[in-house]
Design a binder for this molecule. Sequence first.
Ligand code: GDP
Ligand code: MG
Length: 598
Amino acid sequence: EKQKRIRNFAIVAHIDHGKSTLADRILEMTDTVSKREMKAQLLDNMDLERERGITIKLNAVELTYHAKDGIDYVFHLIDTPGHVDFSYEVSRSLAACEGALLVVDATQGVQAQTLANVYLALENDLEILPVINKVDLPSAEPERVKQEIEDVIGIDTSNAVEVSAKSGLNVDKLLEKIVKFIPAPQGDIEGPLKAMIFDSIYDDYRGVVLSVRLYDGVVKAGDRIRLMNSGSEYEVTEVGVNSPHPIPRDYLMAGDVGYITASIKDINETRVGDTVTKANNPTAEALPGYREMMPMVYAGLYPTDNAKFEDLREALEKLKLNDAALEFEPEVSQALGFGFRCGFLGLLHMDVVQERLEREFNLDLITTAPSVTYQVDMSDGSVVEVENPSEMPDASAIKDIKEPYVKASLMVPNDYVGAVMKLCQSRRGDFVTMEYLDDTRVNVIYEMPLSEIIFNFFDRLKSSTHGYASLDYDVDGYRQSDLVKVDILLNGDKVDALSFIAHKQFADERSRDIVGKLKGIIPRQNFEIPIQAAIGAKIIARTNIKAYRKDVTSKIHTGDPDRRAKLLDKQKRGKKRMKSVGKVEVPQAAFMAVLQND
Ligand code: GDP
Ligand code: MG
């Protein structure tokens, strides 16, 4: 039976432990891609992924493995991102698989995301096959790392394979292990179609392309399918697999991972986590679907050109198909005009969304400083959720403000525990406990405000531990804090997009800092611009940007009209990312100044 020859597995690991490189070797050794096509981190096919050297999107590929028993097995391999912001991609990948390769760097051992991924795999009842990677490096300690996996994670490592994803050493052994160790899917091919949408993307020609895992039944072109959550029906135009390029197939069956197109143009009808079935023979029950993700941070996204508002809406809708964690709703800012308040899983996610909107949809955007969601208890007994600092109600009407807290797990070598605790303390952290992972490393647990973790914390952690610490966190409820809203006034006008929330104790210092930063960022204009920070009516910091009188072009004495034109052009392009706020031209960087609170 065909299903017995299928193996579905995801590759999970802490960032940089070698998932994408291992996927490369597997693709290469199974001749899925030709030598000519092969390049490093092949599955990271977005420009953004290649430039940054990180995986952002899950990627499912089908390949054929000719095993030692003489049988050809069909593997569906899903490469996943390692960064905490993209763990939603990982959890969906895992739901489409029976097993996971847990890659652990032999020079680094178990890290915070290693553990987080193991929990996700266990939640999905997956078989976990440990893969000890980078054994080619002189500092590799595969035995110690295996012991650590047993002690810290509590999974058996007798099946672990020691590989070098870079050189390909032992990857052949790993392929055999996958066949033996990871169970075949056990769907009912005869039953009614039951498939889970785990990803999707909008294609201008084919409409929505659904990435699916089939649990029961068969699907082929011409079938009438129903999306169970939305109830909408479509006729399938094509089914196929990515290998890694799309290859149309006659049908997909229970156990398969592939794609379905059905000329779906209405973006709002498709949702990741929905179940696909057949209209004439529907399955009785939908699959459980995925946990909805709660955004951790919110920021405003505004087109630099106000006329592009509808374009931005369309772009966000299309991008959401491929980024299920993205949330947005329209908002209006006095300073920036019409835009959207968007919810993200973290700052990297926010950064990636902005870049994808600009690159894939050709937009120029201004992002405002991100903020967490505050819960405000009003004096009249009502509760207000505030996602935008400028909408914080007047202090006189507020009883108290609660902010989200996280439980943070920091894995660090013993030598850096002091530095890490100092950092956490400076970010309003409360120490919870400390567990020894082995005699060289510790897992330190802190409870901290989410806002303190989101802004710059990770970079600071890396620099104060020479890159040796790893971090994972989960939201852990709301707590009352002594918070105030600080407004920024430019030329006497309050700029709503620059308002921020700070802890009372740090409000003065941060305000002085931000006012100083804005002075450096906002270009001089031909009049003096006062910058002020205020809590309510009370000014707590101020400075002035001096007037600038000279005409830039007057500096060019050559009178070369070509050079003059070029200079003006350059100035114009520099202005693209500017917004006129009242009479003042404000560049993008100004809106981010509130972030750099160091
Ligand atoms: P990912 O974040 O888990 O997908 O990691 P990548 O596959 O992008 O690899 C991160 C870095 O580790 C890259 O620079 C790889 O070249 C390197 N790397 C991956 N596997 C090995 C290995 O087996 N040996 C060595 N020496 N380097 C490796
Ligand atoms: Mg990767």
